[in-house]
Design a protein around this ligand. Structure first.
Ligand SMILES: [Zn+2]
Length: 438
């Protein structure tokens, strides 16, 4: 009896030493490769303290997590499009966890912890930026050089909501908002790029998260966009709710309680997707007070109503009018921005539509038509569309066809052909179309 007791204690001690007594555990790991960084997310059972350091030849990053053990396997991660080649881990001092990342090259790491949010518990987020890569000013530089001589394209920033750790709303059959909105966004990009005088940029073009503030910054600063369109799918706890709606920013109150709640839900994206809380929003807060916002707001509402008008032909409308609320992704002070809730993913029929390529195409086309309609009427100065719009000439006293041809640097023949002129005789007040191709 006595001996059995000792044996039991010995067995317990053995268990204790192999089953390290750490406070918390890493119970899951996810990796999201983005164009400018690779994000590694550790799900932890409690808030953790950690430290990082890098090693050279070969490049490695070491993460020490205090009082933590690993209770997941790292084998399931796919490193192919990331900055990593492998992950190793070991226990240190009997209680700390050391994770070693084998890297393809030098990286600049950034790390932060996140409190529980929606489906996630505590997380430790690690962003690895490729140290060799420079920020991508190529496109804008080219634009600014060429824009001095030539009219430029109107740049449309297409923002597929959510991504990475943030799936957005999930339909009854498991369709994820982040996937269907990216599919619609890609179709829309193709259409915009085919449009003369317009080109599109994707704010997110893969399954990774981009913070809301960063989305605005990419549109305004990196791409100097003329317009931002954020694409989403709605959800509600009543599966019968359906239809599309279009929103613009309200700097004050929301136009309805539902709009306010929706903005709150979409803004929670930062917490779910993972944005460090010390990323302050000071710029956006202050510029909102700027009066120049008025023109942007008017333009936003105008495009939004035109887009809503086109969507009417494709899907039932949830709201007949454009509504306003405080969506963070629409907060660029000088870039008109709209947010489209394409349909309710919580409604089984609309979930199916959202997942259908044909329907995605129709939705993208409706958005395209609304945007084209607005910019044909209101082309920003210096753009190809502005030039085309201006290229009408009203004849005044004493003007000749050859003088007009010379002024616009077009051939007399093309001018005559376009306007179906039989002779060179003009009358005062007559409107001539000016060819654009010469
Ligand atoms: Zn959304």
């Amino acid at each position: 009896m006595k001996q059995t007791g000792y044996r039991l204690i010995a067995l317990l001690l053995l268990c204790a030493s192999s089953q390290i007594w750490a406070e918390s555990a890493v119970k899951g790991m996810r990796m999201w490769p983005a164009p400018d960084h690779t994000r590694l997310v550790f799900d932890t059972t409690a808030p953790v303290e950690h430290s990082l350091f890098t090693l050279k030849e070969p490049d490695r990053l070491v993460i020490d997590i205090k009082d933590t053990r690993l209770s997941t396997d790292t084998e399931q991660l796919d490193y192919s499009s990331s900055l990593l080649t492998g992950i190793r881990s070991a226990q240190r001092n009997g209680k700390d966890l050391r994770v070693v990342l084998d890297l393809k090259g030098a990286v600049t790491p950034k790390s932060f912890v996140l409190r529980p949010s929606q489906e996630y518990g505590h997380r430790l987020v690690l962003d690895l930026y490729d140290s060799g890569s420079k920020p991508e000013p190529v496109r804008t530089t080219l634009k600014s050089i060429s824009s001095r001589q030539k009219a430029r394209d109107i740049v449309i920033a297409i923002d597929a909501g959510h991504g990475g750790d943030d799936p957005g709303a999930i339909g009854p059959n498991g369709v994820k908002e982040k996937d269907v909105v990216l599919a619609i966004a890609r179709k829309l990009k193709k259409m915009v790029d085919q449009e003369p005088g317009m080109s599109a940029v994707m704010i997110r073009d893969g399954d990774y998260f981009v913070g809301l503030k960063k989305r605005v910054k990419l549109a305004r600063q990196t791409h100097k966009a003329d317009f931002l369109i954020s694409i989403h799918a709605d959800s509600f706890n009543d599966a019968r709710a359906r239809g599309s709606s279009v929103y613009t920013l309200s700097s004050g109150g929301a136009t309805s309680e539902r709009a306010r709640q929706l903005a709150e839900k979409e803004n929670a994206s930062d917490l779910v997707g993972g944005v460090s809380l010390d990323d302050k929003d000071d710029l956006l807060a202050s510029v909102l007070l700027d009066l120049s916002q008025t023109a942007t707001t008017e333009a936003s509402v105008d495009v939004a109503s035109r887009v809503l008008g086109e969507i009417r032909a494709v899907n039932k409308l949830h709201k007949r009018k454009v509504e306003q609320a405080g969506f963070r992704v629409l907060k660029a002070p000088d870039v008109p921005s709209i947010l489209v809730e394409t349909a309710f993913i919580s409604n089984p029929a609309e979930e199916r539509n959202l997942n259908s390529s044909t329907h995605q195409e129709k939705m993208a086309k409706a958005i395209m038509e609304g945007v084209r309609d607005y910019f044909t009427d209101n082309p920003p100065p210096g753009t190809v569309l502005a030039m085309n719009k201006k290229r009408k000439h009203v004849i005044s006293q004493g003007e000749t066809l050859s003088a007009i041809a010379e002024y616009y640097q077009v051939s007399l023949n093309s001018l005559r052909n376009l306007n179906r002129l039989e002779s060179n005789t003009l009358r005062v007040g007559q409107v001539l179309q000016i060819p654009t191709d010469s």
